[in-house]
Design a binder for this molecule. Structure first.
Ligand SMILES: *Cc1c(COP(=O)(O)O)cnc(C)c1O
Length: 417
């Protein structure tokens, strides 16, 4: 037994015994053992404030008591029936999520990528069956810099060589246009177009917030051209932006919305497509499915997640703390420590000033050494997405530490403001 692969003795042993783990990630050298709320503890007993929160899968923090209780209660009853049989939580789960999101119907899946795949399939089938697009001709407009997951069809929507190269042949039928540019979407739409699929805020790209009129214009455009507006809210949805969905900020309702990450409460993968009844009704029995989608345990946790969000105070809290977050990062921009900062709700993409000579990864390493966990998105950009119920003092602690790390680097680079 090597113990944990990143424990020091295991790392030493790896010199002789190569890792059994495929190298498709480059994690920070922190080996976590326990978590509670916004805090996690590593195998050496060191505590860290988790300001990544599982890329928003942990919007309610680690092991939220209500979510753990719901999971434990369900573990004592039944965990999986498969969709070959009914179970008592599936319809209530669908009803709860559609009520929370102001939608009509839900199709349950597991991962975010599967929810996106489901939306693509729904849009194509709607295009052929309802819109009358000729067979095999359907096109979907997507955007540069998007992140929708890792399956072969989903990476076919990407222009990012890192995500895409080496994994062809690619699924045809996607037109990639610049993000935030409604005119480019308009130009890409023709009679073969069945959907426009975008993130309301691009998460993995570094929290890119589009112009205020972007989503309203896409909504108008899609309605006018008989094209489905599909919003991928796997990361932006369920409270992160200070509203239940990011699209609420723009006063827009998509035809289909993908949900994931926080829907599983950080306990298990739960995703869904929610949206228009007449669109999701293009699926008939046997045309789409998932062994685990909508399993009893997933529904129990998902229902508890909806219970946490239904009163609206967590969203309000994310909005209020988001103001604190914005004010503090604006100071860092003014001091020349950040070259740019974008925030929406309790979510920030921060571009470290390049003259400091710190990459995003190095910034995260320095923060981790001081007990704050965040993750770079790419280049010099880091993303902050702490749990929505983080204590305000803890948010200040994270920003104080970030300020110290950047300030010390500026002093070293001879650029102390
Ligand atoms: C994370 C993410 C996905 C993919 O979710 P997985 O559960 O990792 O498959 C899809 N879309 C967006 C916007 C995401 O942030």
């Amino acid at each position: 037994m090597l113990g944990h692969p990143d424990a020091p003795h295991a790392r030493a042993a790896r010199a002789v015994t190569p890792s059994a783990l495929a190298p498709n990630y480059h994690p920070l050298p922190v080996v976590l053992a326990t978590g509670e709320g916004s805090w996690v503890t590593d195998v050496h007993g060191r505590r860290y404030l988790d300001c990544l929160a599982g890329y928003s899968a942990l919007n309610f923090g680690h092991r939220h008591p209500a979510l753990v209780a719901a999971a434990k209660a369900q573990l004592g009853k039944i965990t999986l029936t498969s969709r070959a049989f009914e179970h008592e939580l599936l319809e209530p789960f669908a009803r709860a999520v559609t009520e929370l999101t102001g939608t009509e119907m839900l199709l349950p899946m597991n991962t975010g990528a599967e929810a996106v795949e489901t939306a693509v399939k729904a849009a194509r089938k709607w295009g052929y069956d309802v819109k009358g697009v000729p067979d095999e001709a359907a096109t979907i407009v997507v955007t540069e810099g998007a992140f929708h997951g890792r399956t072969t069809t989903v990476v076919s929507m990407s222009e990012d060589p890192q995500m895409r190269d080496g994994f062809g042949p690619y699924t045809p039928g996607f037109r990639i246009v610049p993000y935030g540019d409604a005119d480019a979407v308009a130009a890409a739409i023709d009679e073969t177009t069945v959907a426009v699929l975008v993130e309301p805020v691009q998460g993995e790209s570094g929290v890119i917030v589009p112009p205020a009129d972007y989503l309203p214009r896409l909504r108008e455009l899609c309605s006018a051209t008989d094209v489905l507006l599909v919003l991928d809210e796997v990361q932006s949805g369920l409270g992160r932006t200070g509203t239940t969905l990011a699209q609420d900020l723009a006063g827009v309702r998509a035809d289909l919305t993908t949900l994931g990450k926080a829907l599983g409460g950080g306990i298990l993968p739960v995703s869904a497509v929610v949206g228009r009844r007449d669109v999701l009704e293009v699926f008939s029995a046997g045309t789409h499915g998932s062994t685990f989608g909508g399993n009893s345990l997933a529904c129990a946790v998902g229902l508890a997640v909806v219970d946490l969000l239904a009163p609206g105070d967590l969203q309000a809290r994310a909005g209020a703390l988001g103001v604190v977050l914005r004010e503090r990062v604006e100071v860092l921009v003014a001091r020349g420590l950040l070259a740019g900062a974008r925030t929406v709700g309790l979510w920030a993409g921060l571009d470290v000033e390049p003259a400091l000579g710190l990459s995003g990864y190095q910034t995260c390493q320095r923060l981790a050494a001081r007990g704050i966990l965040v993750k770079e998105t790419h280049g010099t950009t880091i993303r902050l997405s702490p749990p929505l119920n983080i204590a305000e003092a803890d948010l200040h602690l994270a920003l104080d530490t970030l300020t110290d790390v950047l300030h010390e680097e500026a002093v070293e680079a001879g650029r102390a403001p």
